[in-house]
Structures are given as structure tokens and as C-alpha cells.
Write a protein that binds this ligand. Structure first.
Ligand code: NAP
Length: 498
């Protein structure tokens, strides 16, 4: 798939059949009230298709179906080895249709095709395959009781789980939620982001083709404020898993408290520190400083948006990062050589441009970028942008911008670097660059984040948990730790006649 040219992808796109209906009880169907909503290609602002606009009545129907399916035991009581077979078959079917799904994701999100084909689709396949492979190796426990007792500690599925995901990594976050929730035997209702529902809808049909029983998985496109809120407040949903903004995450906790205390796990925003010491490999650090913030146009929860750099090398290092930033000039997402696509929509572009303005008013110096480009395309493209002379109290250092904007902050010693890194409401990710093993470990240990890189950024894979400290959330996606979010622990205490 990676050897295709821009023209190859364009002609594939022209012949693409796009499914926009909801997926309930094993079949595609329109919203009960008949409403639809346009989904738009961020690269040119043109409509891709109409998508079902599901409302509360669709949510209630999906919950009924999911509850009945869970109660039937057709999936929840299936042996883990048989669930594994279905999940692995599902991963294979996604692999068989990889080009089409990569294209859908590219058109729907505006992500470069090189990323959707090279990262998002392979990562979704690996996530589903890995969770399937793991589920029949996940042993339960027997407690160390007296000899006339036996105490079983078992993991049981929560029941009906709702998953709500964002627009920046629609396929990956969908896979991160569906793979462990389905592997552990739950029935699931997924609500994709309003503007990026297409890849989730497509892979739902493939799950059925792989043998997932009807009613185990429903995908409902619709608005967060009505459909999403209704799911989060629903008394017959046992668990809620969410990836999105901290603001909405806080509301979801309140909805849980206001309804049935459904287990609620959140993966939220970030303002991640990328700390560079003078004794690091500066070429490599500069290349990754750019990757850390410009990948996916900075619309990445773990983006390394605060470049915290030792004062003695600051000027030289910023020049090196400015040179790297030129490789990230935006382009047509269907061109395999494009590294960065458009912002998701015009509103996001305005947010980004406003922050760049605010940063300069607060005293930051614009070193690169700062402009909208490619306006004639109809898409919302913005240059990779670097703000120097940032102080950690400024809004551009504290607030998540969610665009290709780096804020550079200087430090004098390791203690100051750590203090700056930790001076944030967020705690999702970070990195430290140093060739001194003591400095690197000391700083990595002291920074309060869920994932910390030493001499790398965006390191990690399916074998390690992913999630945040502080207001970056409480759940963990990926690895066998993700199973914890979708299961209850049950003790059975058995006594024998001596
Ligand atoms: P968002 O506005 O919080 O939306 C996320 C999802 O929640 C969407 O499906 C949205 O529906 C829905 N939603 C909105 N309001 C809701 C409500 N009141 N009740 C229930 N659902 C509601 O986030 P976003 O702008 O799509 O995504 C960007 C954010 O996600 C950033 O903050 C980013 O850091 C975070 N993120 C975190 C991770 C992580 O793993 N930590 C990964 C990726 C992204 P609509 O689409 O209809 O609004």
C-alpha cells in the first residue's frame, strides 16, 4: 500500500463507496428519526457523504440490544479462545481492506495517507490482534487462604460499555477501546466524533463478517452534546470509556455520579514537556522536537508542545528546530510525500491562529510559521509554528492548543527543568534528552506523566499501558492493563468440610 502514488490514491478515492449508516444489532441502518449530517473532507471542505445523525431513541435501542446480547451470554460466556479466534479474524479482514480503510481515514480526518496507511491502520490491526491473542492467556487468581477454603478472584466483564472517541485519531482510539472491551466479553456501543465516523462504521461491518455475534457491537454516529450525553447518563450502561478533552471528561464524571455510577475511564488532554539538555545528541533531539509537535498537525494529545531547553544551547537549538520545521510544511493528504495535512476544520484553525497571536501579545517571539496557507484548496492549512521566549505562566505554555505550535522555554539546571515540566494541570507524556544516564533517569523519574521517553519521543507500542496522570485522565489503554478498565473483580469464597 505504501508504493501507491498520489494519482493512485485519487482514483481509488473516486471509486470509494462510503457507508454512513449506523451499525446496530449486526446491520447498517439509518437513524430512527431519519436525520443525517454531512461529513466533510478537511483537505478541501467538500462533503464526503451523509452520515446518520443518531439521537437518544437510537441510543436507547442500542442499549436494549446490547443488554439483551450481554444477558444471552452468546459473547460474554464464549470461551476466551473462541473470542480470540473472532478478534484475530477481524484483524485479518481489516488487513485485507487496509487500503480502503486508510483512504477513508485520510479523507475523513485530513491525515496524510502516509500516516493512515503506515501508522493508523497497522496500529489498529495490531491492537485488535494483540488483545485477541492475550485474552486466552489472562489467568485469574486463587487467594492464599487457609487450607479448608478456596477463594477465586475472577475478572468478569462489566456488561454494557459505551465508548466515546475524538476526531484526531479516530481509528486508533476506536481500536484501543473496542479491542480490550470486546476481548473481555462486554457488549459495546461506540460513539465516534461527529466529524470523523467513517472508519469506525466500516470496521463494524467487518467485525460481523469475522463472526462477532449480532448485538455485541453497535456504532452510533451523532452529536456529543445530545447522543453522547444521553449515553453517559444512561442507567443501563455499566461502563464508559472516553478519549477526548479534559473539559468533556469532567462532565462525564459528573454524569456518572448523577446516574448509576458507571465505571468511567478517561484519556484526556496534555501539554507535554520535551526537555533537552546540552549534552544530548542535538541533531536527533531537534528532529524529534519537530516530530513531537508537528506530527498530525499537532492535533495529538501527547504532542511535545513545550520544548524545555537548556539555556546554554537555546539559541543554536531553536535554529536547528526551525530548520526541521520546514520539512513539515502542509500539503495534500493524498500525496504520499505529505508530512502534515490540514487542521480538522476552520474553527480549529482559528483557535490555533488566535493562540499564536495571544502568545506574541504575552511576549513570545515568532521564530517560524504563524500563517494560514493553501487557502485556495478550501482546507484549513496552517504552517508549522515556533514561539520562543515563552514563560511557563503564559497561556501558550499552559493551555492545549491542538495545532502545530511549539512553545520554547529555557532552563538553567535539572531542578528547574523538572519544576517547569510539572507546572501543568496535565500529566500525559513527556521526554528528556541527555547522554548522561544519571541526569536522564533522575529527570524522567521526577516528571509526573503517564509515559516518559528517554532520548525518544512517541516511544511505545501495544505492550505498554497508555494514559495520564493529573487532569490527563485516569484510565489505561493498551497492554493487558487495559483489561482492568472493562472488568469487575469478583471473589468467590468456598469452604470445605474438614
Ligand atoms: P471532545 O470535544 O472532548 O470530544 C470527544 C468526544 O466526546 C466526541 O465524540 C464528542 O462528540 C464527544 N462529546 C462532546 N461533548 C460531549 C458530552 N457532553 N457528553 C458526551 N460526549 C461528548 O474532544 P475532541 O476535540 O474531539 O478531541 C480532542 C481532545 O482529545 C484533545 O483534548 C486531546 O488531547 C484529547 N485526546 C486525548 C487522547 C488520550 O489518549 N489522552 C487521545 C486523543 C485525543 P462530538 O464530536 O459530537 O463533539
Amino acid at each position: 500500500m505504501l508504493d501507491k502514488t498520489k494519482n493512485d490514491w485519487k482514483s481509488l478515492a473516486a471509486g470509494l463507496k462510503i457507508e454512513g449508516r449506523a451499525f446496530i444489532n449486526g446491520r447498517y441502518q439509518g437513524a430512527l428519526a431519519g436525520g443525517t449530517r454531512a461529513t466533510v473532507n478537511p483537505a478541501n471542505g467538500q462533503q464526503l457523504t451523509d452520515v446518520a445523525n443518531c439521537g437518544v431513541e437510537d441510543a436507547d435501542r442500542a442499549v436494549q440490544v446490547a443488554r439483551a446480547t450481554f444477558a444471552s451470554g452468546i459473547w460474554a460466556s464464549m470461551s476466551p479462545a473462541d473470542r480470540k479466534t473472532v478478534l484475530i479474524r477481524w484483524a485479518e479482514l481489516i488487513e485485507d481492506n487496509a487500503d480502503e480503510i486508510a483512504l477513508l481515514e485520510c479523507l475523513d480526518v485530513g491525515k496524510p495517507i502516509a500516516d493512515t496507511a503506515g501508522v493508523d491502520v497497522p496500529s489498529a490491526i495490531r491492537t485488535i490482534r494483540w488483545s485477541g491473542e492475550a485474552i486466552d492467556k489472562a489467568y485469574d487468581q486463587i487467594a492464599p487462604t487457609p487450607r479448608d477454603c478456596l477463594a477465586l478472584i475472577q475478572r468478569l466483564p462489566l456488561g454494557v460499555v459505551a465508548a466515546i472517541v475524538p476526531w484526531n485519531f479516530p481509528l486508533s482510539t476506536t481500536a484501543w477501546k473496542l479491542a480490550p472491551s470486546l476481548a473481555t466479553g462486554n457488549s459495546v456501543i461506540l460513539k465516534p466524533a461527529s466529524n470523523t465516523p467513517l472508519s469506525a462504521l466500516r470496521i463494524a461491518g467487518l467485525a460481523s463478517d469475522a463472526g462477532l455475534p449480532d448485538g455485541v457491537l453497535q456504532v452510533l454516529p451523532g452529536s456529543g452534546g445530545s447522543l453522547g450525553r444521553h449515553l453517559a447518563l444512561h442507567d443501563d450502561i455499566d461502563g464508559l470509556t472516553f478519549t477526548g478533552s479534559t473539559e468533556v471528561g469532567k462532565q462525564l464524571m459528573q454524569y456518572s455520579g448523577a446516574s448509576n455510577l458507571k465505571r468511567t475511564f478517561l484519556e484526556l488532554g496534555g501539554k507535554s514537556p520535551n526537555i533537552v539538555f546540552a549534552d544530548s545528541n542535538l541533531e536527533k533531539a531537534a528532529m524529534f522536537a519537530a516530530i513531537a509537535v508537528f506530527y498530525n498537525g499537532g492535533q495529538t494529545c501527547t504532542a511535545g508542545t513545550r520544548l524545555i531547553v537548556e539555556e546554554s544551547i537555546r539559541e543554536k537549538f531553536v535554529e536547528m528546530v526551525v530548520a526541521q520545521s520546514r520539512k513539515w510544511m502542509p500539503g495534500d493528504p493524498l500525496d504520499p510525500s505529505t508530512a502534515m495535512g490540514p487542521m480538522i476544520d476552520a474553527a480549529q484553525l482559528k483557535t490555533v491562529a488566535d493562540y499564536v497571536e495571544i502568545g506574541q501579545q504575552e511576549g513570545a517571539s515568532l521564530m517560524a510559521g504563524g500563517k494560514q496557507v493553501m487557502e485556495e484548496s478550501g482546507g484549513s492549512y496552517y504552517e508549522p509554528t515556533i514561539l520562543d521566549d515563552v514563560n511557563n505562566n503564559m497561556r501558550v505554555a499552559q493551555e492545549e492548543i491542538f495545532g502545530p505550535v511549539m512553545s520554547v522555554i529555557g532552563f538553567k539546571d535539572a531542578e528547574e527543568a523538572v519544576a517547569i515540566a510539572n507546572d501543568s494541570i496535565y500529566g500525559l507524556a513527556g521526554a528528556v534528552w541527555s547522554n548522561n544516564i544519571n541526569t536522564a533517569h533522575r529527570v524522567a523519574a521526577a516528571v509526573r506523566v503517564g509515559t516518559m521517553g528517554i532520548n525518544n519521543y512517541f516511544g511505545g507500542d501495544m505492550t505498554v499501558p497508555f494514559g495520564g496522570f493529573k487532569q490527563s485522565g485516569n484510565g489505561r489503554d493498551k497492554s493487558m492493563h487495559a483489561f482492568d478498565d472493562y472488568t469487575e473483580l469478583k471473589t468467590t469464597w468456598i469452604e470445605f468440610d474438614a
